[in-house]
Design a protein around this ligand. Structure first.
Ligand code: GTP
Ligand code: MG
Length: 581
């Protein structure tokens, strides 16, 4: 869905430190640029969930006076925070201080009396604010202003990247422009909470939990909203000891398998969302997929939603990525630029197919960072070794144990790249530089080295394994093999075919070469020539200029080989290291 991009939103925060979160004790957004949060994943989830339960989503006229709107709602209790945004209409998210206020508001809300159409009555926290007369409208200067939920346009991004000081600065800009804002994060949790209200019509004790890039710190504005229906409360065995000679059980319907149970549950929910769910449109039931799901658009929030059930392992994978994204600030910058790069070069797509996915790309970045010397990220085995008894977690027979307290993980001692570049500078300069530039300076070098690493990886025989943090022999013949972190017999990139992998390798090699050439090669600011990441990512903006920099693959490969001092042979396939070094 299209949301209006407002360059200077009021009450809007890019990273969780602005008006919307001021004084509300909010957890930092997954996209926060502040110091990495040391909160555990489940603490953040609980805080966000609780915030969402105190919130309502209101469709209002875009001429509404912000002051009058807030005064009207304050009748029900103090408001913690609020913001406006535009999707298919103008909307407000209002978070009250207490949940009672939401109940009070709902008690004074009525089902619309319609004329020619008939309403299907449903009480939810998605409301419509109807002006009673002209006095509710605002003068131009006091109109409510909308916050931004859109990634930058190509043109805007092009301008921002071209006017950056350095490639490091470009990486910084990319992350800042694409990361989820505080408001966008709130809206994601609120949307899950609203869907939970709908699902609760069937399963009163259910929880709808967001997972995937909305919560794993790697989300980009515009990414889909993955959610799953958690029925653990409904399934839970009663904690009350049963007295007497008998045991009482609920009568339930039995079906032949878990998969069929999942399909049945999703089928009724899909129907219900389609027929009754306020704001839910374009519902598709994709029940024969490996992981059955219901896909729909939540029109009011603008999110494309994927609803699954029984997906605890995916939530655990999100927790794992959250830990990696929070441990070291370089990780998010690198993942963001690799994801943007892959999207810009059509290596990834929103349509399912033989392409590499963002999840696989993230696993590759994590694996690459585990290979540095000393490693920037710990292996999954190390995260497990630091876990205590309380962290133990077995899901469907898979050991999903992880250390939850991030403070127990030793920060990386990796400064290798920086060390090499520093030896020429005086001590004081080194200190200042270290303080202000450590993260982005390394990110630039790391991006180049990521491309070089995977441009030369022996995909034909090796598997990527973040559990042990080292290459392993491939257990099967899939072109790209990335071991599923928790279900170790599975390959997360099973869908990728040889030609897509080859495109990835070719483009990684070209990009490594391109960034190598870009070192210190920033044109004068007045030239407005695309350079660095602008030239690498936005070739469609100024194709003629990009073409000048782009060389045919074969020539690039040979140049790349020539810069590798230990290279002895050449290669044009994905057999990587054996061929190139
Ligand atoms: P976006 O492209 O920004 O949506 O990234 P994403 O991480 O949300 O990916 P996606 O929506 O495709 O999948 C959501 C989540 O499902 C991922 O974050 C993973 O936790 C999980 N997931 C996706 N694909 C796989 C897979 O092939 N194997 C496993 N084990 N989990 C997967
Ligand atoms: Mg997703």
């Amino acid at each position: 869905a299209e949301l209006r991009r407002d360059e200077q939103p009021s009450g809007s925060v890019e990273t969780g430190d602005g008006a919307a979160s001021r004084g509300c004790g909010a957890a930092p957004a997954p996209g926060s640029k502040d110091k990495p949060s040391k909160k555990t994943f489940s603490e953040v989830q609980e805080e966000r969930r609780e915030q969402a339960q105190r919130s309502v989503l209101i469709h209002c006229p875009n001429t509404v006076s912000e002051k009058k709107f807030l005064k009207y709602l304050s009748q029900h209790g103090p408001i913690h925070t609020h913001f406006f945004y535009e999707s298919f209409g103008f909307y407000a998210v209002v978070e009250f201080c207490q949940k009672d206020s939401v109940d009070s508001l709902l008690n004074r809300t009525q089902t619309p009396a319609t004329g020619t159409e008939a309403a299907i009555p449903f009480r939810s926290r998605f409301l419509y604010l109807k002006p009673k007369g002209p006095s509710s409208h605002a003068a131009k200067q006091s109109l409510a202003r909308s916050s931004n939920h859109l990634p930058p346009s190509k043109r805007k991004l092009f301008e921002l990247l071209c006017s950056a000081e350095s490639v490091d600065d470009q990486l910084n800009t990319l992350l800042k422009e694409f990361q989820l804002t505080e408001e966008n994060t709130r809206l994601r949790y609120l949307t899950c909470s609203l869907i939970e209200d709908i699902a609760a019509a069937y399963f009163p004790e259910c929880t709808i939990r967001p997972f995937g890039s909305s919560v794993n710190t790697f989300g980009k504005l515009g990414c889909d909203l993955d959610m799953f229906l958690d029925l653990d409360e409904t399934r839970r065995l009663s904690t009350q000891k049963s007295r007497g000679n008998f045991l009482m059980e609920f009568q339930v319907k039995n079906v032949p398998s878990e998969r069929i149970a999942t399909q049945k549950i999703l089928s009724v929910l899909g129907e219900f969302l389609d027929h009754v769910g306020p704001g839910c449109v374009g519902v598709q039931k994709i029940l024969n997929a490996r992981c059955p799901l219901v896909r729909f658009s939540h029109q009011a929030s603008g999110f494309q939603c994927d609803l699954t059930t029984n997906n605890r392992i995916a939530l655990k994978s999100s927790e794992l990525l959250y830990i990696y994204g929070t441990l070291d600030t370089r990780v998010r910058a690198l993942v963001c630029s690799v994801r943007c790069w892959a999207r810009a070069l059509s290596l990834t797509s929103s349509i399912p197919g033989a392409w590499i996915t963002n999840f696989s790309l993230t696993m590759m970045v994590i694996f690459f960072l585990q290979q540095r010397s000393p490693p920037i990220l710990p292996t999954l085995d190390t995260l497990r070794a630091s876990a205590d008894e309380e962290d133990k977690c077995i899901i469907e027979g898979n050991n999903c144990t992880l250390v939850r307290d991030l403070n127990k993980i030793k920060p990386s001692e990796n400064t290798e790249t920086l060390g090499k570049c520093f030896s020429l500078f005086p001590f004081q300069f080194k200190q200042t530089f270290l303080l202000f530039s450590l993260f982005y300076f390394l990110a630039e070098l790391l991006l180049k080295e990521f491309f070089e690493y995977f441009g030369n990886f022996a995909f034909n025989k090796n598997s990527i394994n973040i559990r042990q943090g080292r290459e392993q022999n491939k257990p099967d013949s899939s072109p790209l093999h990335i071991q599923n972190p928790f279900e170790t017999s599975l390959n997360v990139s099973k869908n990728v075919n040889q030609s897509q992998l080859q495109r990835f390798v070719d483009l990684a090699r070209e990009s490594a070469w391109f960034l190598q050439q870009e070192d210190g090669d920033r044109p004068s600011p007045s030239s407005r020539q695309p350079w660095g990441l602008a030239a690498l990512l936005l070739q469609t903006v100024a194709p003629s200029k990009r073409v000048q920099k782009k060389l045919p693959s074969e020539r690039i490969k040979s140049l790349l080989e020539s810069v590798k001092s230990n290279s002895t042979q050449s290669s044009t396939n994905t057999s990587g290291k054996q061929a190139l070094s």
